[in-house]
Design a protein around this ligand. Structure first.
Ligand SMILES: *Cc1c(COP(=O)(O)O)cnc(C)c1O
Length: 372
């Protein structure tokens, strides 16, 4: 009888071997050149074209996003986004993306204009605005949900039907939720794009990115941008990402439960003026798209000014003051300290790690007493 195992099991076994004498996990192979002669085609040949370390990570990422998908990994999330933008921008006039999403995506899209497509920022929750932007000419719809750092949830099914009506491919940045919590391809996205630097690898020790799609032509196009552009993940980076993926379920399940508890705690705190978390309260789109949990990331605003928020961030004893998110260690930062960020001045973005929730609540409670 053929058994079908859950995604969670397949992730744990990503790259494992059952062959006697073989290493259980894939060996690290730091080769840039492989012995070969004659007509190329058999085996990797050269490290920019192919790397044995990629295949186990890519199959695990494909499994994560559901049946029929294939993944192409990159040196970083930005490298993955760039390849996907370049592959999709050809012949299109605009790339429509969320005004409140990840600021480096905005910066990247803004640089596409000389290459043919202009960047158009919209509020993805305003379906009328999205439809109008898509109606202006051939476009790509670049969704991001939940958004970083405001954690706003866009309705992927509604966006996909607008995109389909306009003949625009829709992609979704799935970095915050990961395929374990949200499957954009099932809601009509042609591709999911990832920073593997965040929750997927999970240990704050590697940068990586990926495009996951069921469209074989699109996968080939982004792969050829990777080969020609050279933004490949190294063997060690791939190995670290695969290792991280094995515990993704444990980490993100725990961090999601913690984030929900922390969001509730913050919402009741007198110094907190706003809490942004997809699960508090969960919109119908959030419930439909994220049935397993709302992710490790939340943000909140406090009364006062930037100096108040800086004092709170500096006062934590456990939570690390740092950017990025999705690591095992909780971290936070005042987001508007980055010049290109458009988040409110006192917005603190908090990434919940895997520490016990009571310790985090104690640390946050104490830090919220701090004044400039
Ligand atoms: C971090 C991030 C990226 C970029 O990924 P890098 O690995 O830093 O290049 C893209 N999208 C989102 C939502 C991110 O948080």
């Amino acid at each position: 009888m053929d058994l079908e195992f859950a995604v969670e099991s397949l992730l744990v076994h990503g790259g494992t071997s059952r062959e006697a004498g073989a290493p259980l996990g894939p060996p690290l192979l730091p080769a840039s050149v492989y012995v070969s002669q004659g007509e190329p085609g058999n085996g990797p040949g050269y490290g920019r074209n192919e790397n044995p370390g990629w295949s186990a990570v890519e199959s695990a990422l494909a499994v994560l996003e559901g049946p029929g998908a294939q993944a192409v990994t990159f040196a970083s999330g930005q490298a993955a986004s760039m390849a996907l933008m370049l592959a999709l921008a050809q012949g299109r006039e605009a790339i429509v993306f969320p005004a409140d999403g990840y600021y480096n995506t905005r910066a990247l899209a803004g640089r596409l204009r000389p290459h043919g497509a202009r960047a158009v920022a919209v509020d993805l929750l305003d379906l009328g605005a999205v439809a109008a932007a898509l109606a202006a000419g051939p476009a790509v719809l670049w969704a991001e949900t939940p958004t970083n750092p405001l954690l706003r949830v866009a309705d992927l099914a509604a966006l996909a039907s607008l995109a389909a009506a306009a003949g625009a491919p829709m992609v979704a940045d799935n970095t915050v939720a990961t395929g374990l919590l949200q499957k954009p391809l099932d809601f009509g996205a042609v591709a999911s794009v990832y920073s593997l630097t965040k929750s997927v690898s999970g240990h704050s020790d590697v940068l990586g990115g990926a495009v996951v799609t069921r469209d074989a032509g699109l996968a080939a196009a982004v792969r050829s941008w990777r080969t020609d552009g050279g933004a490949i993940p190294g063997p060690f980076e791939s190995w670290l990402v695969l290792r991280g993926l094995k515990t993704l379920d444990l980490r993100i399940s725990r961090a999601s439960a913690t984030a929900l508890a922390v969001a509730g705690f913050l919402a009741a705190h007198p110094r907190v003026t706003a809490v942004h978390y997809p699960g508090l309260p969960a919109s119908p789109a959030a419930v439909a798209q994220m049935p397993r949990g709302f992710g490790p990331l939340l943000s909140f605003e406090i009364a006062g000014g930037a100096a108040d928020a800086d004092a709170v961030v500096a006062a934590s004893r456990l939570i690390v003051p740092a950017t990025s998110f999705g690591g095992v260690e909780s971290s936070w930062e005042r987001r508007a300290r980055w010049p290109a960020e458009t988040a409110p001045d006192t917005l603190i973005r908090l990434s919940c790690g895997i520490e016990p929730v009571a310790d985090l609540l104690a640390d946050i409670g104490a830090a919220l007493e701090a004044r400039p």
